[in-house]
Design a protein around this ligand. Structure first.
Ligand code: GLC
Length: 550
């Protein structure tokens, strides 16, 4: 462990974190410093760094690369699922909740990662998957065997309709009916994703109690909180009512599935579970947090996930990720978010994740000028910015040929939805074999193709003072140094079409999303994504200025 610590450069001045302990009931104000004032970073562990050379990233690999994250200036990590899994959906089909996937290491490796991350001043959130398990999880094996075993009620089971058809019209998020027949019970089980991911029954008290224990298992080990998978859908309508059909006014993702998930998602009872988990978190002195995958496109609905400050600490804002990279549309989402969330609710902003094309491809056509403007936008918003691994390098997606595909969605189960492999490819560290993803000497071929990354690796960008990596670091450092960028209210000032002018206290952020030069605005130049000549900023560039006298 000591040898890894010595590799952590750039952590000077960051106070190591103390070991956690539970504290007596009663609320205390939350520590603002890391999740409200800092930057979060999502690591897809299978693709970050492979220490043992088996072609799959692991926790030891991540530990050895913590120095990169400390130098970037991030204050917290979210790790995609690290529990044992049958990998029908790469970690999102859990076979054991209180352990580490053998591809990633052991519980001791997790403890060592937590210790090293904390020593570097970085918190760690794990991915909690409460909506469903693997069909190979021992709970499901037991549950499916009969109608009267001790786990009979742990999953969502329902009788067929009189003609033998599934109990209702719900469709899977991954396409096709959401129900699978189990002859041993003569019943259907619900599966909102692949058939290997049976949905747990959150009306069952034993399931609730079991998850309380799972949360405590990890929090006792020092984990700093959880990203909650499919947060909005864990509790289903008790009567399993049919969903209403989609209408032409619905957004594309709803039309694609042909129905509105009115009874299968966003049910009011989910909030009882979130309050219960929040109370557990609030019982720990290290103040762990809950970050929810709240896949709702209604921003008023999003506000409900914050409760009265007694549910999620932060709820993902999918409308922002789904918006076009266009000044008017971006402004509208940001203003609606600001108006929709209660004043004390912390927004979280992310441009890429493991389920969608990277922003560099989706928003920016891999144009480095646009990438730099997008990064400046992310750091100019009020709330917590969250980077997906490789965002800081401006990485685009990698084309993954069908023969190399790994994602279940790549099989075309949901026509109109592509596989998610292109955004999950290995992190490029340097010019060595597999771009440094494996141990020295290369190791086995990575589980997904690396794609062409020459000139875009961490090492390349370390060496170039004008690289996207260096810009990202400067933006993060500026946010750390300027309280206004973190806490001042956000306001849009008037601007020409295609330009965003964001005011944050004494700072003004001008983002030119057009093909022409635009006025940069008065004030002293603080940071720009491209050279500013005179009073103008070039096409597709951004500048931060300080109001004169401020
Ligand atoms: C979430 C995850 C996604 C996964 C799904 C099922 O949406 O982000 O990757 O496939 O849940 O667990």
């Amino acid at each position: 462990m000591a040898s890894t610590r010595t590799r952590l450069r750039g952590t000077r001045g960051r106070a190591p974190l103390r070991a956690p302990h539970r504290r007596p009931a009663g609320r205390r104000p939350h520590d603002r410093s890391w999740w409200q004032d800092g930057i979060l970073y999502q690591v897809y562990p299978r693709s970050f760094a492979d220490a043992d050379g088996d072609g799959h990233g692991d926790l030891r690999g991540l530990r050895a690369r913590l120095g990169h994250l400390a130098r970037l200036g991030v204050s917290g990590l979210w790790l995609n699922p690290t529990c044992p899994s049958a990998d029908a959906d790469w970690g999102y089909d859990v076979t054991g909740y209180c352990d580490v996937h053998p591809d990633f290491g052991t519980l001791e490796d997790m403890d060592a990662l937590l210790a090293d991350a904390h020593a570097a001043g970085i918190r760690v959130l794990l991915d909690l998957v409460p909506n469903h398990t693997s069909d190979r999880h021992p709970w499901f094996q037991e549950s499916r065997a009969s109608r009267d075993n001790p786990k009979a009620d742990w999953y969502v089971w329902a009788d067929p309709r009189p003609d033998g058809a599934p109990p209702n019209n719900w469709v899977s998020m991954f396409g096709g009916p959401a129900w699978e027949f189990e002859p041993r019970r003569g019943q259907y089980y619900l599966r909102n994703f692949t058939r290997n991911q049976p949905d747990l029954n959150w009306w069952c008290e034993d399931v609730r109690d079991e998850f309380d224990r799972i949360l405590r298992f990890w929090l006792d080990r020092g984990v700093d909180g959880f990203r909650i998978d499919v947060c909005q859908a864990i509790v289903k309508d008790r009567g399993l009512r049919d969903n209403p059909p989609a209408t032409p006014e619905d957004r594309a993702n709803v039309r694609l599935r042909g129905q509105r998930p009115a009874y299968s998602m966003n049910r009011p009872e989910v909030h009882d579970v979130l309050r219960r988990w929040r109370a557990i978190c609030d019982g720990y002195a290290h103040r762990p947090i809950l970050l929810g995958e709240t896949n709702t496109h209604d921003l008023a609905g999003l506000a409900r996930y914050y409760g009265a400050g007694d549910e999620l600490h932060m709820a993902f804002n999918f409308p922002f990720m789904g918006t076009p990279f266009e000044a008017g549309a971006l402004r509208e989402i940001v203003e609606r978010t600001e108006a929709g969330l209660p004043a004390d609710a912390q927004p979280v902003w992310t441009m890429s994740n493991h389920d969608a094309p990277r922003f560099v491809s989706r928003w920016c056509d891999d144009d480095p000028r646009k990438v730099r403007v997008a990064l400046m936008l992310l750091m100019a918003l009020r709330g917590t910015p969250l980077l997906y691994y490789g965002d800081e390098l401006g990485l685009p997606d990698v084309a993954v040929p069908a023969a190399a595909a790994r994602d279940p969605l790549a099989a075309g189960t949901l026509p109109g939805k592509d596989g998610r492999d292109p955004c999950r490819t290995p992190m490029p560290w340097d010019a060595s074999a597999h771009y440094g993803f494996g141990p020295a000497g290369g190791g086995a071929a990575p589980w997904l193709p690396t794609g062409p990354r020459a000139g875009r690796t961490v090492a390349d960008q370390e060496a170039d003072p004008d690289s996207t990596l260096q810009l990202t670091r400067r933006l993060i450092a500026l946010r750390a140094a300027e309280p206004d960028l973190r806490r001042a209210p956000l306001r849009f000032a008037g601007a020409p079409p295609g330009v965003l002018v964001i005011e944050r206290g004494a700072l003004r952020v001008t983002l030119n999303l057009t093909d022409r030069a635009q006025p940069r605005g008065a004030g002293k130049l603080v940071l720009a994504t491209a050279p500013v000549i005179g009073g103008a900023i070039p096409a597709w560039s951004g500048a931060i200025t300080r109001r004169s006298g401020a």
